[in-house]
Design a protein around this ligand. Structure first.
Ligand code: DC
Length: 242
């Protein structure tokens, strides 16, 4: 009796369960990060915002006037960049060389250059390497553009998230206004269309839906409905493994 109860208690303990990798890719500003963050919290998994890493590299290049056309300058700069994440007052926060850059990396200036930076193979290779190390123990939810196709092709659950571009624009606009940025909806829509185009057409690891990824159009889903749907899929997979 004691042994049976012990085993049951053990199976219910999420930290004792075999863990999976969840890869969330999709278009810009379709709520991937919010979904990934909340899902990780529900499952007690690590959350990694890979877009923040490309944004932090962009910020460094911008501050140090690194020419994106000079492979020497880019290679040298990459040696001096260290990116980490930490929880600051309950918020997943990005650090660049020890400095909190969470606000700076979300500015429209950085949003405007990040797709060009993310198209540079040397940048991708460094960041993909770091992302793969973060996932070596599984139990991770990572969002980005190439997570299911390149970073974790072995991920047990892959999602490709999208939404109507106008709906995405309005969501992003409201989010930036709330954070105190002075932007127009038109600027946001131009930026989204530009980023979707560059991200989907670049030579190195373009944004694609992996063959085994589930398509999730959240144009008409609330955040709560979306989270519930994805959490159910994840739990089904986790329970099958355990
Ligand atoms: O998710 P985000 O909007 O913060 O990402 C910023 C940019 O980084 C996006 O335009 C494309 C790029 N990116 C990428 O190429 N690969 C990833 N895994 C994540 C982001």
């Amino acid at each position: 009796m004691f042994v049976r109860l012990f085993i049951l208690a053990d199976m219910d303990n999420p930290s004792k369960k075999k863990k999976i990798i969840i890869a969330i890719d999709g278009h810009s500003s379709c709520g991937k990060s919010t979904l990934a963050k909340e899902l990780a919290k529900e499952l007690d998994y690590v959350y990694v915002d890979s877009g923040a890493m490309y944004r932090a590299v962009s910020l460094y290049f911008d501050e140090h006037q690194i020419s994106l056309d000079s492979s020497e300058m880019v290679a040298e700069a990459l040696k001096n960049i260290s990116i980490s994440f930490s929880n600051v007052k309950g918020i997943n926060t990005t650090f660049l060389n020890g400095q909190n850059v969470e606000k700076e990396i979300r500015s429209l200036r950085i949003s405007d250059m990040v797709s060009d930076v993310a198209a540079i193979s040397a940048v991708r290779s460094k960041l993909v390497d770091e992302q793969q190390k973060m996932g070596k123990n599984k139990g991770i939810v990572m969002d980005g553009r190439d997570i299911g196709s390149v970073v974790f092709p072995q991920a047990e659950l892959k999602l490709f998230v999208t939404a109507d571009v106008k709906i995405r624009g309005i969501r992003r606009y409201e989010e930036l206004l709330e954070k105190g940025f002075n932007v127009s909806l038109e600027e946001i829509l131009n930026n989204l269309n530009k980023r979707d185009h560059i991200d989907s057409t670049r030579d190195d690891s373009p944004l694609i839906q992996a063959d085994d990824a589930v398509l999730l159009d959240n144009s008409h889903l609330t955040k709560r409905e979306q989270l519930q749907k994805v959490k159910d899929w994840a739990l089904e997979l986790i329970n099958e493994l355990n």
